[in-house]
Every structure is written in structure tokens, then in C-alpha cells.
Design a protein around this ligand. Structure first.
Ligand SMILES: Cc1cc2nc3c(=O)[nH]c(=O)nc-3n(C[C@H](O)[C@H](O)[C@H](O)COP(=O)(O)OP(=O)(O)OC[C@H]3O[C@@H](n4cnc5c(N)ncnc54)[C@H](O)[C@@H]3O)c2cc1C
Length: 455
């Protein structure tokens, strides 16, 4: 059956047996091995509406694929239909209005490249292959976030195809409730056919890193916390526990810093962050001015597509000495060479947004700890998963409310509800009931439609 047989859909229909079927059903997380009945690969934005109408009529599971990086595997289904947007990657920038319009299959590197050519940027992911779509709809924290907000805070407009067949646009002036929901409420409301982002003047950044031996981890994390406690919002940072990439097997703890300004003051901020007094000299270090899109690709090699992944995460209420000790222990005990523990500093602009102003609610804790367990040998699957669960339990005494939903696997409805909080969850249920009353878009951090009011 060719794509032309589906009304309003001129893209590629990929079914079992098609030469592209196995490539088209692969997603970032290699533990996800699902076999949809069909993949509707959209090749023009107009295909999306036809694909959605077909999928709704066909019944069965329905997945929407943007960049395919959901570790939960939400962009692939067993049986049913996948609407594959991954070939729709165009980005256009209006430099005068400082707005980027992006197709829904764009990756951060697509947007960074086009916006970067105009000396502009918006907060995006630290691995440039990640899709803008799921990332933005679920919140989105990156190197520019402490200064310019989360990706969802910079979403100023979007167009959606709804399961009922309508096409709708939202902005702060038109259908603002939908924009409110898209700012953190995930892919629950419709298939976003176009994203519009506010852009900021960022041509180059001052970036640095220093990789210390794990034996110095306590000193490194204490220094990291002390410097970030009074850091300017222009400075973003990640602490990365990992095994050296040079094959030596060395256990490293690396401070990565990025200041979205240039010049001597920016260099001094980064230098102060990455230089740990009293620690042995770092195994590797660098600090320099770089084009923002170049820095954005620096961590790409740490997360190749296809590895087996199992992730958990917790917000930290406070970096107490006990929390530091626990994190250092987890950083040391990681269960595989490719597993990492990240401690991402939050605060800054996202934490200044009023509660309830966006659906995204988990913005006020100072850190996220991200247990990025990755491995290659299926024989290690159970031990890697078990370690990650234990590590997550160990963080529980220090954990804030809810979790960052973009960093978790399939964990059911409790974390979803807890992360939005009761008032925002109730508002999201109402929006869901209006836009997707039959919950056809259920492969996401799912919000159930509010029950119809009794007549
Ligand atoms: C290597 C890696 C690095 C990451 N780095 C960061 C980081 O720096 N900061 C951060 O905050 N997060 C990060 N993440 C998490 C990331 O935000 C999520 O994995 C996100 O879901 C990726 O979006 P995607 O479009 O690639 O995902 P997909 O798997 O394609 O989709 C994720 C969800 O969004 C829905 N969706 C996708 N497109 C649409 C659409 N057009 N309309 C409606 N719903 C849609 C899907 O149905 C699914 O439910 C990272 C993830 C990975 C794997």
C-alpha cells in the first residue's frame, strides 16, 4: 500500500517487511524494541493532519515521534501507528523579531545552526541530536537556561493538529491556555506541527571543563556547590561522574561550565568554577570562547544512539554534606563504563517564573541529579537496572517534590501527578478533555482527560 492511499498523507508508509522498517522503528534507547503495524513518515508538514486522522480511525496504539530520544520509548509502539516527524527538520529565523520557527522533527543542532548564523540562540539540549519537540513540551533545561529560561518558557507559539481533525494555533494572545499547557504538559494535547521560539543574542559563549580524579570527588562537589551558590545567572554548570573515554578506565569527576557571555569577566567566572583548590591537577582541562553551536555539540559523543539505557532522576532540595557524600558514592559505584551521574545546577531565570504560570512546575529546587545508566551488553541489563533503582532510593532523603519527567522511563501516573501538583494537574485534565477527550495521545507522561461534568 503506498502513502497515496491515505487521504491527506503524501509521505512514506513503512510496514513490516519494508526495507526501512527496522531503521524506522529504532529509537535512541536500545532497550526499546517495538514493532508497530505501520510507520507514517511525514515528508511535508501537511502530511501530519492526514496521518493523525488515519491513525485515529485505525484505532490501536498511537505514537508520535519527534527526535526519538524519549528514554521511556514513548515515540514507538507495539502494533498500531507511529506518526514519524523525524524528516521534518527545517528551521527559519526572523532576526528582526528574534523568533525561530521550527518543524517538529528538528534536532537542537538544526535550530542552533540556523539561529547561530544570525548570532541568536534559545535554550536547547546539551546533546545536539536531541529532538526539540519532546524536549520543549516536557520543559527543557540547557546551557542557556539559567539566563534565558527553560525551552518551554521560550516557546511563544505553536500550531497543532488535534485528534478530532482540527488545526489550531496558540500563542500568548490566541488560545493562551493551550500555550500554558504546552509549556511542560508534554505531547498530550495534539501533534505540534510547528514550534516558535523566542531568540536571544548569543553568538559565542565562554566554556570550560576540568576533569578530576574520583578520589577528589568530595572536594570537587563542595567547591562546585560553593561557587554556584552565588554564581551569576549567565553561568550554567554540570558535574559529571564518568569513566575516562581514553580506555584507561580512570574514574573522573568533571566540572563543566558555560557562561553565555564573553570577555574577561566571563572567563574569570568559568575559571573560578572549574579550578578546585586543593585537588590534584585535573587530568584534562580547557576554558575558552567558542561559538555556541560548537559548544552545544561537545557532549554528543557521550550519548550515542542505540546503547541500552535506564534512567532515573531526583531534584535535590539542598546540597547538604550527606547529599554530597551520597552523590560521590553513587558516582564512584556506577554499574558500567558508560553509566554517568550528572548533577545539574538549576536556579536562575526558570526559578523566577511564578508558580502556576506554566504547566511545568518543578523549577524551584537548586539541583537535578540525573542517573544516566547506559550499557551495551544485554547480560548487564538486570544489574544496571537494579543499581539505578537502589541509587534512586539512596537519593530519596534529599529529594524534592516530583521528578523531571523528561528524564524518566515508564513509571506510571504517580510521578506525573506529583510533578505538576494538584492545581496544575486539574487544569491540564480540563485542557486534555477539550483537545483529546478520548486520550488518543497516550504515549507520553500521560494526563487523563477530566471526566465530563454531570448533566
Ligand atoms: C542523549 C539525551 C540528551 C538529553 N539532554 C537533555 C538536556 O540537556 N536537557 C533536557 O531537559 N532534557 C534532555 N534530554 C531529555 C529529552 O528532553 C527527552 O528525551 C525528550 O523527550 C526528547 O525529545 P524528542 O523529540 O527527541 O523525543 P521523542 O521520543 O520523539 O518524543 C518524546 C515525547 O514527546 C512526544 N512528541 C514528540 N514530538 C511531538 C509533537 N510534534 N507533538 C506532540 N508530541 C510530540 C512524543 O510522543 C513523546 O511522548 C536528553 C535525552 C537524551 C536521550
Amino acid at each position: 500500500m503506498g502513502g497515496a492511499a491515505i487521504p491527506g498523507f503524501g509521505g512514506e508508509l513503512i510496514e513490516p517487511g519494508h526495507e526501512s522498517y527496522d531503521e524506522a522503528r529504532r529509537v535512541f534507547n536500545g532497550t526499546i524494541d517495538r514493532r508497530p503495524a505501520r510507520i507514517l513518515r511525514c515528508t511535508r508538514p501537511d502530511d501530519i493532519r492526514g496521518a493523525l486522522a488515519f491513525a485515529v480511525d485505525a484505532g490501536g496504539p498511537l505514537a508520535v515521534r519527534g527526535g526519538g530520544h524519549s528514554v521511556a520509548g514513548h515515540s514507538m509502539c507495539d502494533g498500531g501507528t507511529v506518526i514519524d516527524l523525524s524528516h521534518l527538520r527545517e528551521v527559519a529565523v526572523d532576526s528582526e523579531r528574534r523568533v525561530a520557527r521550527a518543524q517538529p522533527g528538528a534536532r537542537w543542532r538544526d535550530l542552533d545552526r540556523v539561529a547561530g548564523a544570525a548570532g541568536l540562540a534559545t535554550p536547547g539540549g546539551v546533546v545536539s541530536d536531541t529532538g526539540i519537540a519532546g524536549f520543549t513540551l516536557g520543559g527543557g533545561v540547557g546551557w542557556l537556561s539559567r539566563r534565558y529560561g527553560l525551552a518551554c518558557d521560550n516557546l511563544v507559539g505553536a500550531s497543532l493538529a488535534l485528534p478530532g481533525g482540527e488545526q489550531i494555533h496558540t500563542s500568548e494572545d490566541v488560545e493562551p491556555e493551550i500555550l500554558w499547557g504546552l509549556r511542560g504538559g508534554g505531547g498530550n494535547f495534539g501533534v505540534v506541527t510547528s514550534f516558535e521560539y523566542a531568540l536571544h543574542p548569543v553568538r559565542s559563549v565562554t566554556a570550560g571543563l576540568a576533569a578530576y580524579r574520583a578520589a577528589d570527588a568530595q572536594a570537587v562537589i563542595a567547591h562546585y556547590d560553593a561557587v554556584m551558590a552565588d554564581a551569576d545567572d549567565s553561568l550554567a554548570s554540570i558535574l559529571d561522574f564518568a569513566t575516562a573515554a581514553d580506555g584507561s578506565g580512570d574514574q573522573l569527576v568533571t566540572i563543566l561550565g558555560c557562561c553565555c557571555e564573553t570577555g574577561d569577566a566571563a572567563a574569570a567566572r568559568v575559571q573560578r568554577l572549574v579550578e578546585v583548590p586543593g585537588a590534584a591537577p585535573p587530568a584534562t582541562s580547557m576554558a575558552r570562547e567558542l561559538r555556541y553551536p560548537v559548544w552545544q555539540q561537545l557532549l554528543d559523543h557521550t550519548a550515542p544512539s542505540g546503547r541500552l539505557n535506564y534512567w532515573k532522576t531526583a531534584f535535590l532540595r539542598e546540597m547538604t554534606p550527606e547529599a554530597m557524600e551520597t552523590i560521590c558514592r553513587l558516582g564512584r559505584d556506577r554499574p558500567s563504563r558508560d553509566a554517568r551521574v550528572h548533577v545539574i545546577r538549576l536556579g536562575g531565570q526558570p526559578s523566577c517564573v511564578a508558580p502556576g504560570a506554566t504547566a511545568f512546575a518543578t523549577r524551584y529546587d537548586p539541583y537535578i541529579v540525573h542517573l544516566i545508566t547506559a550499557w551495551s551488553d544485554p547480560a548487564e541489563t538486570e544489574s544496571c537496572k537494579a543499581w539505578t533503582r537502589r541509587a534512586h532510593d539512596a537519593l530519596e532523603p534529599f529529594a524534592g517534590r516530583g521528578v523531571y519527567l523528561n528524564f524518566i522511563g515508564e513509571e506510571g501516573s504517580d510521578p506525573v501527578r506529583a510533578s505538576f501538583g494538584d492545581a496544575s494537574y486539574a487544569r491540564l485534565e480540563q485542557l486534555k478533555a477539550r483537545l483529546d477527550p478520548d486520550n488518543r495521545l497516550a504515549l507520553n507522561q500521560n494526563i487523563l482527560p477530566a471526566a465530563p461534568a454531570p448533566v
